[in-house]
Design a protein around this ligand. Structure first.
Ligand SMILES: [Zn+2]
Length: 79
């Protein structure tokens, strides 16, 4: 049975899917039983995903729009 600190140390491997099937099962079992680790993993995953998505996912319409506005603002202040 994994301990909470095992979960912490394995968390990034788990999210990167680098654990063996057996490790993953043990990991999930701990998450199932442990509310704290469940929260921890959820937060970690959200953080990692938002970081990973940042450089690639810019062509969302809203983002592009904001970017254009920012550029216009920049241009107008530089004149
Ligand atoms: Zn735990």
């Amino acid at each position: 049975m994994l301990k909470c600190r095992d979960i912490e140390s394995m968390a990034s491997e788990y999210l990167d899917k680098n654990l063996s099937l057996r490790q993953r099962m043990a990991f999930k079992m701990h998450l199932f039983l442990c509310h704290n680790c469940r929260n921890y993993i959820r937060q970690l995953r959200t953080t990692i995903e938002s970081i990973r998505l940042m450089p690639q996912k810019q062509p969302i319409v809203i983002d592009q729009h904001v970017k254009n506005l920012a550029q216009q603002l920049k241009d107008s202040t530089q004149k």
